[in-house]
Design a protein around this ligand. Structure first.
Ligand SMILES: NC(=O)c1ccc[n+]([C@@H]2O[C@H](COP(=O)([O-])OP(=O)(O)OC[C@H]3O[C@@H](n4cnc5c(N)ncnc54)[C@H](O)[C@@H]3O)[C@@H](O)[C@H]2O)c1
Ligand SMILES: [Zn+2]
Ligand SMILES: [Zn+2]
Length: 361
């Protein structure tokens, strides 16, 4: 028996989102229905609404969520009804050429639910990042559910489902930040602050936060930034060199997605250092760098999708650190809101005042 629930939908490009009745089918083979308990509002939801991702309206928004598995379809063994889970948007297939090479974190064929959720009139919905969790319940592939310790509050745990994992993973997985390293993070929004937090738990000796907004830099200190740079007032490259004996940092993380800040990250790193791009550029952007500098500085230029995370490996580990008081997830929850306040949360995001508004159901 399919069921009717409430959900937040972007019906058309640029139009305010609205609450709609959503029809959730029973889970088929390999699928699960999850009762959503909390879901963070991410920039990507706004990108969908603005038509910046694709034109497959209507979109069922929301993708940073935690909840309880309500029912599972045939053949599902990894989760069972009653399990407390974080939803992920990269359920690895186990069969593609990357998975077979032993690198499932780069899986090239990640899974979503096969059946469609619809509006009451039968119109098929496109769930944001294959999740769609601004609703009472959602249908996902069972592999999108990662079981974690239920002692973790859903509004904090759900954030690992996207931006916070992307930032932590950019530092610990992609950048391989280690004990004693020096790190600079460009952009201190949710993702950048998570990269700062990730660098802190990895044991970095110096963590330099770079932003153009002093309020964001103050926040960065609460996550573990040891130095801050307002790059609208001083030259960030020179300042970072000044903090690192004239050398630059071991790992420079770009968490904005702009050519000029990528260039700053490129020059702010030490010889043989690593640049990690986690900010998402838009398709028109181009970057020009002296080719000889790319060679002469050595090291690595890397991109980080979803923090190169493996949900089954990383989510339970990070939740354990959170429950032990060693990972500050609560700091990312700027406010909790009702399901019908997502549009309002988008405006707050544009104003820059919050790291995350989180819908609690
Ligand atoms: N790679 C991934 O898997 C992944 C996942 C989620 C988000 N992202 C991307 O990460 C980026 C950051 O996301 P967010 O949610 O933290 O965004 P955000 O808007 O909350 O934060 C961006 C920060 O950058 C600062 N900033 C803007 N222009 C700047 C400049 N010229 N110099 C220095 N600082 C500047 C802003 O003041 C703000 O603090 C976005 O591009 C987002 O799409 C990537
Ligand atoms: Zn795969
Ligand atoms: Zn997101």
């Amino acid at each position: 028996m399919s069921q009717e629930v409430r959900g937040i939908v972007a019906m058309a490009k640029g139009e305010p989102v609205s609450m709609q009745t959503i029809i959730i089918p029973d889970p088929g083979p390999g699928e699960a229905v999850v009762k959503v308990q909390a879901c963070g509002v991410c920039h990507t939801d706004l990108h969908y609404r603005e038509g910046g991702i694709n034109d497959e309206f209507p979109f069922l928004l929301g993708h940073e969520a935690a909840g309880i598995v309500e029912s599972v379809g045939e053949g599902v063994t990894q989760v069972a009804p009653g399990d407390y889970v974080i939803l992920n948007w990269r359920a690895v297939c186990g069969e593609c050429r990357s998975c077979l090479k032993g690198k499932p974190q780069y899986c090239f064929d990640t899974h979503n639910a096969t059946q469609k959720m619809t509006l009451a009139d039968g119109t098929e919905l496109s769930p944001a990042l294959g999740i769609g969790a601004f609703c009472d319940k959602t249908l996902v592939a069972a592999g999108q559910c990662t079981k974690v310790d239920p002692a973790a509050k859903p509004e904090a745990a759900g954030l690992l489902g996207c931006g916070v994992m992307a930032g932590i993973g950019a530092a610990i997985n992609t950048g391989e930040v280690g004990r004693g390293d020096t790190v600079a993070v460009f952009g201190c929004g949710g993702v950048g602050n998570a990269a700062i937090e990730g660098s802190r738990i990895a044991g970095a000796a110096k963590i330099i936060a770079v932003d153009i907004d002093d309020a964001k830099l103050e926040l960065a200190k609460t996550f573990g930034a040891t130095h801050t740079v307002n790059s609208s007032k001083v030259d960030p490259v020179e300042t970072i060199r000044g903090f690192t004996d004239g050398n630059g940092v071991d790992v420079a993380i770009e968490a904005i997605g702009l050519p000029q800040t990528y260039e700053q990250a490129f020059y702010a790193r030490d010889l043989a250092g690593t640049v990690v791009l986690v900010g998402v550029p838009n398709p028109e952007m181009k970057i020009e760098l002296p080719y000889i500098e790319m060679f002469g500085r050595g090291g690595a230029l890397k991109s980080s999708w979803y923090g190169d995370c493996l949900p089954s490996r990383d989510f339970p580990m990070l939740i354990d650190l959170y429950l032990q008081g060693r990972l500050n997830l609560d700091g990312f929850v700027s406010e909790t809101i009702e399901l019908d306040q997502v549009e309002e949360a988008f405006h707050k995001m544009e104003g820059g005042g919050v790291l995350r508004s989180v819908v609690v159901l």
